[in-house]
Design a protein around this ligand. Structure first.
Ligand code: SAH
Length: 214
């Protein structure tokens, strides 16, 4: 690693802290997983900046501080089985793989899933299973989940995902119209229903129906 990259990584972690990512386990995971592995081409030079960046299929890798805040709100524990809807680059799933027992991640774009899988193999992240599907239906074969994270915005939390949460489980997701301001919310399933907590305004690509073209 050149001094320049080391310096940029230090600043990357510092920026996460100043933007509210304070959980030491989350920070350690974000130090171990190199965002530079998940960004390609001309944008690779900006991997350590706190901004979303374009990836294949017209999608984006989320802003690192938002990844950190979502992971922190999700509070996965080492025994947890997690579902992520919206694999994208695989970056969020890779961070979760450091904090949970097992991560299932789903994207509607086959190409993104193939690329993410290859990356997980190369990085030795063996507790992640990536697959292509419309994730708004969840993953009934592996339900219920301790934790669910959705990294694309729906108008409301999808019913199947609510149904696939364990009691005591947590789901973190952006909700709202795709082209206006969305809210990041945390849903906790209780014995009798669901508690909702608003975290902050965010902006994500929309959760779309069906499979993508590539
Ligand atoms: N978590 C990603 C960023 C995801 S961008 C990362 O760390 O890089 C949002 C992703 O959600 C896109 O890849 C998009 O294809 C996917 N997506 C949108 N609607 C979906 C759906 N219904 N099911 C599965 N994936 C979906």
């Amino acid at each position: 690693m050149t001094d320049d990259v080391a310096e940029r990584k230090m600043q990357f972690l510092f920026a996460l802290r100043t933007r509210g990512v304070t959980d030491s386990r989350v920070l350690e995971a974000m130090e171990r997983i190199d965002r530079g592995d998940f960004v390609r081409g001309i944008f690779a030079a900006r991997a350590y900046e706190d901004m979303p960046l374009p990836i294949a299929c017209g999608q984006t890798i989320s802003q690192p501080s938002v990844v950190g805040l979502m992971t922190q709100a999700l509070a996965p524990s080492p025994r947890d089985k997690v579902l992520e809807v919206g694999t994208g680059s695989g970056y969020q799933a890779a961070i979760l793989s450091q904090l949970a027992r097992r991560v299932y991640t789903v994207d509607r774009h086959r190409r993104l899933v193939h690329e993410a899988r290859a990356l997980f193999d190369r990085l030795g992240l063996t507790n992640i299973t990536a697959f292509t599907a419309d994730g708004s239906h969840g993953f009934p074969e592996q339900a219920p989940f301790d934790r669910i994270i959705v990294t694309a915005a729906a108008e409301d939390p999808p019913g199947p995902l609510l149904a696939q949460m364990k009691i005591g489980g947590i789901m973190v997701l952006p909700v709202g119209q795709s082209d206006t301001v969305q809210s990041l919310i945390k849903v906790t399933r209780t014995e009798t229903g669901y508690d909702y907590e608003e975290i902050r305004p965010v902006r994500f690509v929309p959760l779309l129906e069906g499979l993508g073209e590539e």
